[in-house]
Design a protein around this ligand. Structure first.
Ligand SMILES: NC(=O)c1ccc[n+]([C@@H]2O[C@H](COP(=O)([O-])OP(=O)(O)OC[C@H]3O[C@@H](n4cnc5c(N)ncnc54)[C@H](O)[C@@H]3O)[C@@H](O)[C@H]2O)c1
Ligand SMILES: [Zn+2]
Length: 241
């Protein structure tokens, strides 16, 4: 296995995807074949899907809240939290996962770029709040202030990411320059702009690593190092003291 050496100036940016939580028992989209109860995930996890059938969308996210509450972080999550402890502000984690497992394992320098499963917000007021409730039966939740519909705080298909998150990632990459070590872990590299972080990292002279159980040739070709396998096994070995 290629060895990851971090010198005193190294700055580590990590992008994680659904694969990091697979060993905790959270299915990836591919693991679900992109389908949920006969619906395409894209149709449920979208603003049009929510407008058409808010109860169906809330059922999908309520089931995911129930499932995520039952699982635990795995050694991959813990290795990343441990690395953050060692590097402090020379570390940044951008996760596409919404399951909350990074935070539960102690990650703090973390951006949940696709939103958070355990937060909701009013469609009109747009202020996210902690929410672990499930909503299966009508009436669907409404905002106490303005009666707007309450929706999951998730970045849906067709929606844009929080520009503040992207600015923080860009600033980290720029400040690191050739000292940047970029790792993409358990992500298929199909969803932009997250999929473009590897190219931005290479553009400043950074070193890039892909850790994935079954990476596509197209995505793998854009990395300096590719480690094939389970993140729960590879990450602890890679960062071992
Ligand atoms: N846990 C979650 O919060 C969760 C779960 C499913 C989907 N999503 C959403 O799905 C979208 C899809 O993008 P994505 O790239 O994150 O997921 P994806 O499902 O497209 O890809 C998952 C990747 O993980 C790899 N993988 C599977 N098991 C692994 C393991 N044990 N170790 C290492 N790699 C493993 C697969 O080979 C694949 O490349 C994202 O927007 C994300 O928000 C999130
Ligand atoms: Zn409101």
């Amino acid at each position: 296995m290629d060895k990851l050496k971090l010198d005193a100036q190294a700055r580590v940016l990590v992008l994680t995807g659904a694969g990091v939580s697979a060993e905790s028992g959270v299915p990836t989209f591919r693991g679900m074949n992109g389908l949920w109860e006969g619906n395409r995930v894209e149709d449920v996890a979208s603003p049009t899907g929510f407008r058409a059938d808010p109860q169906l969308v809330w059922r999908f996210y309520s089931l995911r809240r129930e499932a995520a509450a039952k699982v635990s972080p795995n050694p991959g999550h813990l290795a990343l939290a441990d690395l953050e402890q060692r590097l402090g502000e020379r570390f940044l984690l951008a996760t596409q996962n919404v399951d909350g497992l990074h935070a539960r394992s102690g990650s703090r320098r973390m951006l949940a770029i696709h939103g958070e499963l355990f937060q909701s917000r009013c469609e009109r007021c747009n202020v996210p709040f902690a929410d672990a409730q499930t909503y299966f039966a009508a009436p669907m939740p409404r905002c106490e202030k303005c009666q707007g519909a309450i929706r999951p705080h998730i970045v849906w298909f067709g929606e844009t990411l929080d520009p503040a998150h992207l600015e923080q990632v860009d600033a980290f990459i720029e400040a690191a320059g050739e000292h940047l070590v970029f790792l993409a872990v358990g992500t298929s590299g199909l969803v932009y702009p997250a999929a473009g972080m590897v190219d931005a990292s290479r553009a400043v002279g950074g070193t890039t690593w892909l850790i994935d159980a079954a990476p596509s040739d197209e995505y793998a070709a854009r990395f300096d190092h590719v480690l094939r396998g389970r993140s729960g096994e590879i990450l602890p070995a890679l960062f071992g003291r």
